[in-house]
Design a protein around this ligand. Structure first.
Ligand code: GAP
Length: 482
């Protein structure tokens, strides 16, 4: 594990060095648990978002996408239960004044124990968390002599619940202003638009509404880089079904979502399911799709059977009827009539998916060359279809008409996919830079190109180079990124 954590530090540094991710407001010493995506990161993130959007809205003819506002009427969060229930048990160390999320504090302690003791501790914690036994959790921390990492003491406050929503004011003058929240999930923007979309889109159940967008949570222990952030992006889909069919659809989406992760290059053995013991206030079944991050197995995506909780709550708080008239026949030949649909939710964090992709892609390779000398490289083996830049076009020299031929190729390809042009430095150095960025194909234009219109194409993963006709470059790359 120690080595893996070190490796994780190298991934973080690499992301900064090659324009993937920067600490937010770094100029002012940064803002904790908030990150900016650089020129490479923003493109990779967009590619992942586009893949998800396509798989939901283009590949399913019964799923449509929306883009709801971040600000919502404050009653939305009362109705959804977030005002009363969206909190985590926290504990403060009285000597260091440091606040911890109780589950993180206990989990970190469990990592220092042997497997049997650790499993017993986590099982006990899960039991106490699921019964909201705050005093029991404090006892567990004390009886295990868990210490604060800063003060090294066990001088703890009682365990208390802290709401994770950020609030702000809307309105021009303080007296008129209303407190509103930055949304902690995108899902509610879908629920409050259920009737709008169903009616205007003439949607028939079962159908889904998908959305991507920012969400905000005042995470107390925000750590592990972009794994747990205060501002992050979610890709959520709410699938509306007939009551009583929810388990069938739960199993469908459980399977479909894992397959989707595999389709973007995440190996099956790096993914697993984890059923929830403690269900959220809205769910009758829930599981996580976990990924084996460099720091252990953690949640990547949640699949939740949310019952009719959200639509019923919004109907109650808005005093409006939110129902669906189902005029299809059921198996007994009776019409269903009006009902409140049940909901299956798939919810994946885009930043977590990003972290998954770069953790898998980052590789340090060493080898012995034919002449007996050692060589090495850092390469990001990002699958070609999501890599930020697909093709680097590299004239061997800055003269003899080679840049002009390279520009011609750029003009042929750049409307189809992202290309990168570079003429500076020795070719080996340019290849290494493209490996580090994760560009799957490099094409070099040299003097032979002028004679026979061939170029050297170099494949990032194998480093194999071959000569192909310049007219074939567009097809080779296009075929690899579909
Ligand atoms: N609408 C349901 C919902 O929000 P969740 O399990 O709290 O469920 C869904 O969040 C996904 O959002 C998680 O699986 C994770 O990928 C991502 N996520 C949640 N909190 C996050 C945070 N603080 N930073 C980054 N991603 C987060």
């Amino acid at each position: 594990m120690a080595n893996e954590i070190n490796h994780f530090q190298e991934i973080i540094s690499h992301c900064k060095e090659y324009g993937y991710i920067f600490q937010s407001s770094e100029l002012y010493d940064g803002l904790s648990a908030v990150y900016d995506y650089g020129q490479m990161g923003a493109q990779l993130k967009k590619n992942l978002r586009d893949e998800w959007w396509k798989s939901m809205t283009q590949m399913h003819d019964n799923i449509v996408g929306i883009d709801a506002a971040i600000f919502m009427h404050p009653t939305v969060w009362k109705a959804s239960g977030h005002v009363d229930n969206f909190s985590d048990p926290m504990i403060d160390n009285k000597d260091s004044n440091k606040r911890y999320r109780v589950d993180h504090l206990i989990e970190a302690h469990a990592e220092t124990l042997g497997k049997i003791e650790a499993d017993a501790l986590i099982a006990e914690m899960d039991k106490l968390l699921s019964s909201d036994d705050l005093a029991g959790l404090k006892n567990l921390i004390e009886s295990n002599k868990i210490k604060c990492g800063i003060s090294k003491t066990s001088n703890w406050t009682d365990v208390r619940q802290f709401n994770l929503m950020f609030s702000t004011q809307i309105g021009s003058v303080a007296e008129e202003a209303d407190t509103i929240y930055l949304r902690p999930e995108t899902a509610q923007g879908i629920f409050v638009n259920f009737l709008n979309v169903q009616k205007t889109g003439r949607m028939k159940i079962p159908f889904g509404i998908a959305q991507t967008g920012k969400a905000f949570r005042n995470e107390i222990v925000a750590r592990q880089f972009i794994f747990r952030m205060r501002e992050f992006e979610q890709m959520e889909m709410q699938f509306f079904v007939r009551p009583g069919t929810q388990m069938e659809w739960y199993n469908y989406w459980k399977d479909a979502r894992k397959k989707w992760h595999e389709s973007i290059g995440i190996p099956s053995e790096k993914l697993r399911y984890h059923d929830h013991i403690k269900l959220a206030h809205y769910a009758d079944a829930a599981l996580d799709i976990e990924f084996e991050f460099p720091f252990g197995w953690k949640e990547l995506e949640g699949i939740h059977s949310r019952t009719d909780f959200d639509l019923s709550q919004h109907a109650k708080f808005s005093k409006k009827k939110i129902q669906y008239f189902d005029n299809d026949l059921n198996t007994e030949g009776k019409p269903y009539g009006n009902y409140t649909p049940y909901v299956l939710e798939t919810s994946v964090g885009l930043d977590r998916l990003f972290l998954t992709v770069i953790s898998l892609a980052y590789q340090e390779e060493n080898w012995t060359k034919e002449d007996g000398t050692e060589d090495s490289r850092v390469v990001m083996k990002i699958p070609a279809k999501i890599a930020p830049i697909k093709l680097a076009i590299l004239p061997l020299l800055k003269k003899d008409g080679l840049p002009e031929i390279a520009s011609e190729l750029m003009n042929q390809c750049k409307s189809k996919f992202h290309c990168f042009y570079e003429e500076k430095d020795a070719i080996g150095k340019r290849y290494r830079r493209m490996d580090a960025i994760g560009t799957p194909f490099c094409v070099t234009i040299d003097h032979q190109t002028k004679e026979d219109n061939t170029v050297t194409i170099r494949y990032r993963d194998t480093m194999i180079q071959e000569r192909i006709n310049m007219n074939d470059v567009l097809n080779v790359v296009s075929n690899a990124i579909v």
